[in-house]
Design a protein around this ligand. Structure first.
Ligand SMILES: [Fe+2]
Length: 79
C-alpha cells in the first residue's frame, strides 16, 4: 500500500492539479470537466493505500523512491 499511497499522492497533489489549472486557463471546458472528475477517485485510492498501512514510517524510503520515479515518468511522458 506504500506504493499506492506514493503514486496517488504524486498524481493527485501535483499532476492533476497542474492539469486542471492548465485546462482552466485554456478554456477547454470539456477537457476541464473530464479531468475534474478524476481527482476524487484518485484521492480515494491514496486514502485507501494510507489506511492499509502505506503511511507507515517504515515505508518512508520506499515512498520517496516511488514518488520520485512517478514524478519522473509523468514529466518524461509530458515531453
Ligand atoms: Fe488510482
Amino acid at each position: 500500500m506504500a506504493c499506492t499511497w506514493a503514486v496517488e499522492s504524486v498524481v493527485v497533489s501535483r499532476h492533476l492539479k497542474e492539469q486542471l489549472i492548465y485546462l482552466k486557463n485554456s478554456h477547454d471546458k470539456r477537457a476541464f470537466e473530464a479531468v475534474s472528475s478524476i481527482p476524487e477517485d484518485e484521492e480515494n485510492h491514496r486514502d485507501t493505500g494510507g489506511a492499509l498501512g502505506g503511511k507507515n514510517r517504515l515505508f518512508k524510503p520506499i515512498r520517496l523512491l516511488i514518488s520520485l520515479f512517478t514524478e519522473t515518468i509523468i514529466r518524461f511522458g509530458m515531453r
